[in-house]
Design a protein around this ligand. Structure first.
Ligand code: C2E
Ligand code: CA
Ligand code: CA
Ligand code: CA
Length: 253
């Protein structure tokens, strides 16, 4: 579909950008540990529109801040009953790393929804670090000071250096789906995943396998020492109304 910037503006004005929630589980026990918040545009005629159709436009036209606000605020409000220690993971766009107001803004949204900041993960893509490491560092520091935890998203695709990893206070590495989906069929992908898990652990980070679709992938990740997993095997992103069902069909450690 071809989306214009005016369509995205209208969607934001009409409050049509909503969060979906995808479970993240412990690979070891299968227990639910949290949800990633993923934006969907609930279009009155088309139905749910995927981010690939509107995030880039929102970024290009300066609307991504409003979009993040709308999605995260709704997510925090949908989840006040989420029992500890379950977390919500919110995505930030690279462009938002340049905006010094973003951390306090997210804190305000969480606080006004009574959602504790120490159960918020902020996901930043690896490629975002390449644009401006100094801004990323300052942003990461402020987010940590406000109590959130930080995840480096899509790891393995962005060519960041070890110096970047060391300079930033990440808590978690998310291994990109492109490696996970090939790891049971190509030895190179398997080796890359093993190296990422090892690197993460040597830096004291938790590792998360993204895009897990088969038991075989989950078993291999677990055997490599990866702690957490996310993917269609455990559940697709779903609307807030399905949180209770997702919670009751999984156990919480
Ligand atoms: P991401 O942050 O890497 O999110 C994971 C994407 O992988 C999601 O796509 C999710 O639906 C998909 N996924 C999860 N498990 C599987 C699986 O087992 N198989 C397959 N084939 N896909 C799986 P989605 O929701 O379409 O989002 C795409 C991207 O859009 C996200 O990638 C993220 O970069 C961006 N995005 C989504 N919501 C937001 C948002 O609120 N703000 C910002 N800035 N970006 C967002
Ligand atoms: Ca993400
Ligand atoms: Ca990702
Ligand atoms: Ca991605």
């Amino acid at each position: 579909m071809s989306v214009q910037v005016s369509d995205v503006r209208t969607a934001l004005q009409n409050n049509q950008i909503v969060p979906n929630f995808q479970p993240i589980v412990s690979l070891h026990t299968g227990a639910l540990v949290g949800f990633e918040v993923l934006a969907r545009w609930q279009h009155p005629e088309i139905g749910a529109v995927l981010p690939e159709n509107f995030i880039a436009i929102a970024e290009a036209y300066g609307l991504i801040g409003d979009l993040t606000d709308q999605v995260s605020s709704k997510a925090f409000h949908c989840a006040p009953d989420l029992p500890a220690p379950l977390f919500l993971a919110v995505n930030l766009s690279p462009a938002q790393l340049q905006d010094p107001n973003v951390p306090s803004h997210i804190a305000n949204l969480a606080t006004s929804a009574s959602f504790p900041m120490d159960r918020v993960y902020i996901e930043i893509t690896e490629s975002a670090l390449l644009d401006d490491l100094d801004s990323a560092k300052a942003m990461a520091r402020r987010l940590k000071d406000l109590g959130c935890r930080l995840a480096l998203d899509d790891f393995g695709t962005g060519y960041s250096s070890l110096a970047h990893l060391q300079a930033l206070p990440f808590d978690e590495l998310k291994i990109d789906r492109s490696f996970v989906s090939k790891m049971t069929t190509t030895r190179e992908s398997r080796k890359i995943v093993a190296a990422i898990v090892g690197l993460g652990h040597s830096l004291g980070l938790i590792t998360v396998g993204e895009g897990i679709e088969t038991e075989e992938q989950a078993d291999m990740l677990l055997s490599l020492g990866c702690e957490l997993g996310q993917g269609y095997l455990y559940g697709k992103p779903a609307p807030a109304a399905q949180i209770p069902t997702m919670m009751s069909t999984s156990h919480i450690s």
